[in-house]
Design a binder for this molecule. Structure first.
Ligand code: 13P
Length: 328
């Protein structure tokens, strides 16, 4: 079985190495000239990750966005991530190099559907995963990411929780916080939710000694057979815990393998889907190309804006989240 992730021929991949390196150098020069910081999520194309000042998970990137003195934040991720950076930095210009980079999970909950759920559970504290729009965050009591969801729910005084929108993450939290009554909304990330325990078991049968590392957006049957379940940055860090393991089966979006190989070049990483990453490919995360980043920086366009009233309420939910330490 090949260890190379399947990479469809989307605009992020520039075959000619000299052209690619030249473009990357141009982007770095432009970023310096514009006083811009480039943030890239662990799922971005490898080249896009390599031009970033910081790569990381949603929580790590939110913290970088909050700490920067740069005038521009170029966010290579999806819309809700850039929107969170804007909410945390209302006075900075936040650019998303391709404004079509959305998120199916964020779209699975609207202000109207949340309002309907809230009316059904009026005594519950609303915990909303950051994979949601600013409007939904603004209606929530507190946000969470995959890196702090358990600590966030444990930190709340109310024992009645409405967890939105990801059902797999919600069920994982529920298992770790049995003392609370947690009602879970019925949303999911299609990239993770398409994976089944049978796919992972089949992949594992080819690598019986491999360590299985999964993201909590995976379904319960995968969580049950994983050795580690954590946020994308923690998935990379956890490899250190297994100095004798040669092979790791990775149950999340394929872009993460780039950082894993960079940090641990002597290990083997196999995507969990048994079809060499073709299912573990988020089309939105792969929408940003090097050309998009260059254009966004040189023309300072594709700016994220949030209505002031929505921003102020969403900020409360994000600030409450940032006050709680990460799980992992
Ligand atoms: P992380 O916060 O773990 O990076 O996950 C973000 C995400 O969108 C997973 O699908």
């Amino acid at each position: 079985m090949s260890t190379q992730p399947f990479m469809p021929n989307l605009p992020g991949a520039i075959a000619d190495k000299a052209v690619r390196l030249g473009l990357m150098e141009e982007i770095r020069t432009l970023a310096r000239r514009r006083n811009a910081i480039i943030l890239a999520h662990n799922y971005q194309w490898p080249d896009v990750q390599d031009i970033a000042d910081f790569t990381g998970d949603s929580l790590g990137l939110s913290l970088e966005a909050q700490n920067t003195d740069a005038e521009f934040i170029v966010f290579c991720g999806v819309h809700f991530m850039a929107e969170s950076a804007k909410i945390l930095n209302p006075d900075k210009k936040v650019l998303l190099p391709n404004l079509s980079a959305g998120c199916s999970l964020a779209d699975s909950i609207s202000p109207e559907s949340l309002s309907e759920w809230m009316s059904r559970y009026p005594d519950h504290t609303v915990v909303t995963y950051v994979n949601s729009t600013a409007e939904v965050k603004a209606m929530s009591d507190i946000c969470c990411t995959s890196a702090n969801a358990i600590s966030i729910v444990k930190s709340l005084t109310n024992n009645k929780i409405l967890f939105t929108p990801d059902r797999n993450l919600g069920n994982w939290v529920k298992k770790h916080v049995p003392e609370k009554e947690i009602v879970v909304y019925d949303g999911a990330c299609p990239t993770h939710d398409v994976l089944r325990g049978a796919n992972v078991s089949k992949t594992r049968s080819a690598y019986p000694d491999a360590v299985v590392i999964a993201h909590p957006e995976c379904r319960e049957d995968i969580i049950a057979l994983a050795d580690e379940v954590c946020s994308t940055s923690a998935m990379i860090n956890r490899i250190e815990k297994y100095p004798d393991a040669r092979t790791f089966i990775v149950a999340t979006e394929s872009g993460i393998v780039h950082q894993m190989k960079k940090r641990f070049p002597d290990r083997q990483f196999v995507l969990a889907d048994g079809c060499i990453g073709c299912r573990l490919h988020c089309p939105y995360m792969k929408m940003i190309s090097l050309d998009d980043v260059k254009r966004s920086l040189s023309e300072t366009k594709f700016e994220i804006t949030v209505e002031p009233e929505i921003l102020a309420s969403a900020r409360v939910a994000l600030d409450r989240m940032l006050a709680v330490p990460r799980d992992n």
